[in-house]
Design a protein around this ligand. Structure first.
Ligand SMILES: Nc1ncnc2c1ncn2[C@@H]1O[C@H](COP(=O)(O)OP(=O)(O)OP(=O)(O)O)[C@@H](O)[C@H]1O
Ligand SMILES: [Mg+2]
Length: 343
């Protein structure tokens, strides 16, 4: 039977580098600044969870990496490097070939993106042929069955149409497709949010196993800090288009630094033992048009200081291999301007 091997790539070291990425939606009311200066590096095989409230730019960032943004979205600044290649410099055909082969996307919407009149195996084979793979019918059939088995689906699913599958099974097909060409990076944008809790856990377990077996790096986008914390090695917290904290998962769960991360962690039942009920985070995220100066979290921040209203803090390294965008961790400000403005 045919098997595709994960192609050679650096087994450690950076797979994805995002440099000062800015994405705007150019609307009649002005530019919605959905991604604002995001910078991070993901190493081969790492699992990064991106969390943050609805509208903070997670999907926009994921689509920017896939180069699947549509107008009015525009990447206005920055660079995206995948395994040493500048994705923003590729032409459309090069990018089409890069998708699936080097980076693939699993989304909640992917469940509905399956072609309703095509059998599952034909859809997967289509993707392989699109990338130049020429095998016999039997070879394709055998490979599809192995992919389905990898995601816990019976071989009979190959001959089914999408409407014959449950939501969880469709999401497994999505993962089988996403891993068919053994990409270096898998982006999973809320892959389980349409599924019930039991199926969510099964799908996450399968994604974890696929990650281990293929060695791909994974970016998991989600709201649910509890779910992503069980999966990820690293957590990136986004607020209003910006990465405000980037930290190994144990550290952020036990000792979040950014006041927004603290509130996110507190709002997860079970992550903090003393909590008795779900705490919402007071206030609303800002509209991302006509942004005020200063830290955009300051109006909701229990620790905001005068200085926070004037200049936005940038993501800076702090102890323990972490990065935080908050003046509480910049000594000159936390000591001299300690007055809390939202007290
Ligand atoms: N087509 C569009 N036109 C204008 N603004 C948009 C468009 N798509 C998204 N936005 C805005 O961009 C910002 C980021 O949206 P995005 O979908 O990336 O957030 P998200 O973090 O994925 O949210 P969710 O958790 O709800 O999926 C939001 O303020 C949103 O309103
Ligand atoms: Mg989203």
């Amino acid at each position: 039977m045919r098997v595709l091997q994960a192609r050679d790539w650096e087994s450690s070291g950076p797979i994805l580098q995002i440099k000062n990425l800015h994405v705007h939606y150019l609307t009649a009311d002005g530019a919605v600044q959905a991604v604002r200066g995001v910078d991070f590096t993901l190493n081969a095989g790492q699992r990064l969870a991106l969390v943050g409230e609805s509208g903070c730019g997670k999907t926009t960032l994921a689509l920017a990496i896939m180069r699947l943004l549509r107008p009015p979205a525009q990447i206005v600044e920055g660079e995206i490097w995948l395994d040493g290649r500048n994705l923003l410099a590729l032409n459309d055909e090069e990018m089409r070939l890069t998708r699936l082969a080097d980076v693939s996307l699993v989304t909640q919407a992917a469940m509905n993106a399956l072609n309703p009149v095509m059998r599952i195996e034909d859809q997967i084979i289509d993707g392989l042929q699109d990338h130049g793979i020429q095998w016999s019918k039997d070879e394709f059939g055998g490979y599809v069955r192995s992919l389905l088995a990898n995601v816990g689906l019976d071989a009979s699913a190959a001959r089914m149409f999408p409407h014959e599958l449950s939501g969880g099974m469709k999401q497994r097909v999505g993962m089988a497709t996403a891993t068919a060409l053994k990409p270096k990076l898998i982006i999973a944008d809320e892959p389980t949010s349409a599924l019930d809790v039991v199926v969510q856990r099964q799908v996450m377990t399968t994604l974890g196993r696929l990650q281990r077996e293929t060695g791909a790096a994974v970016i998991l986008v989600g709201h649910d800090m509890g779910l992503v914390a069980q999966f990820a090695d690293w957590v990136g917290v986004m607020y209003a288009g910006k990465l405000v904290e980037l930290s190994p998962v144990e550290q952020i769960v036990q000792d979040p630094q950014h006041p927004y991360s603290k509130l996110l962690i507190q709002s997860v039942p079970g992550l903090e033992e003393k909590r008795e009920r779900l705490i919402g985070i007071p206030g609303m995220p800002p509209r991302l048009i006509d942004l005020p100066s200063g830290c955009l979290f300051a109006p909701r921040c229990p620790s905001a200081m005068e200085h926070c209203l004037q200049t936005e803090p940038s993501l800076e390294p702090v102890a323990g291999n972490r990065q935080v965008a908050c003046y509480l961790y910049a000594e000159s400000y936390s000591q001299n301007n300690g007055a809390e403005v939202n007290a």
